[in-house]
Design a protein around this ligand. Structure first.
Ligand code: PEP
Length: 255
């Protein structure tokens, strides 16, 4: 089944109002006339208003890097699904390894965020992936299965209809050491088979992005792999030419 690739930029804790305007203007120019790939960016929530304005008429969708499980009330510092929708955000990253590590987010808590996003009609981008130690101990599949099952156990496999999984080996994030296309493909195939064991239909349509030091030099080869449906991009998403080159590589490889 042909899946439309998705390339998404995760800006993390970077940017300013001016940076947001400039980067989006650069991306709009670089991506004019490019088709065959869905594109999204996730600026810091502080800049969603600037981003929303700069994206009027653009093919680039707005996203966010996190969301809370509560919709409103006494939850100091949190951001709800309704607030993200208010700014036109569509793709919401949850379970990023930086949040799992620095904010001690558990699989169960992330599953609640997944549920909140589905309830709100937003697209969860569920990040999963193993640490270097887990990789060396041969536990990659076990970790990925556990992180996916945390959602399936609560919401059922159908929750992955219209959702996105980003396989991001932690040892590859921000290190410049990407998984090889073959390494990534093997894990993506495992993830898809794991979902297919519950529902082939869901497995066939779910977008599985690779993330971890994707750049304009290595993207094209990663996208030749059949189960790699795009990328979640950190560092290289902060420069319009590099991010646009990754989008173009996906559009070429997948069409
Ligand atoms: C990320 O944080 O999601 C990521 C993949 O970062 P980088 O591309 O910088 O490795």
């Amino acid at each position: 089944m042909a899946r439309r690739p998705l390339v998404m930029g995760n800006w993390k804790l970077n940017g300013s109002k001016a940076f947001t305007q400039e980067l989006i203007a650069g991306l709009n120019a670089e991506l004019a006339g490019v088709s065959g790939c869905d594109v999204a960016i996730a600026p810091p929530v502080m800049y969603l208003a600037e981003a929303e304005k700069a994206l009027v008429g653009s093919q680039i969708a707005l996203g966010a890097q996190n969301v809370d499980v509560n919709v409103q009330g006494a939850f100091t510092g949190d951001i709800s699904t309704a607030m993200l929708k208010d700014f036109g955000a569509k793709y919401i990253i949850i379970g990023h390894s930086e949040r799992r590590t620095y904010h001690k987010e558990s699989d169960e808590f992330i599953a609640k965020k997944f549920a909140a996003l589905k309830e709100a009609g937003l697209v969860p981008v569920l990040c999963i992936g193993e640490s270097e130690a887990e990789n060396e101990a041969g536990k990659t599949e076990e970790v990925c299965a556990r992180q996916i099952d945390a959602v399936i156990n609560v919401l059922g496999v159908e929750a992955f209809n219209g959702a996105v999984i980003a396989y991001e080996p932690i040892w590859a994030i921000g290190t410049g050491k990407s998984a090889t296309p073959a390494q990534a493909q093997a894990v993506h195939a495992f993830i898809r088979a794991h979902i297919a064991a519950k529902s082939q239909l869901v497995a066939d349509q779910v977008i599985i992005q690779y993330g971890g030091s994707v750049n304009d030099a290595n993207a094209a080869e990663l996208f030749t792999q059949p189960d790699i449906d795009g990328a979640l991009v950190g560092g290289a998403s902060l420069k319009a030419p590099a991010f646009a080159a990754i989008v173009k590589a996906a559009a070429v490889a997948k069409n």
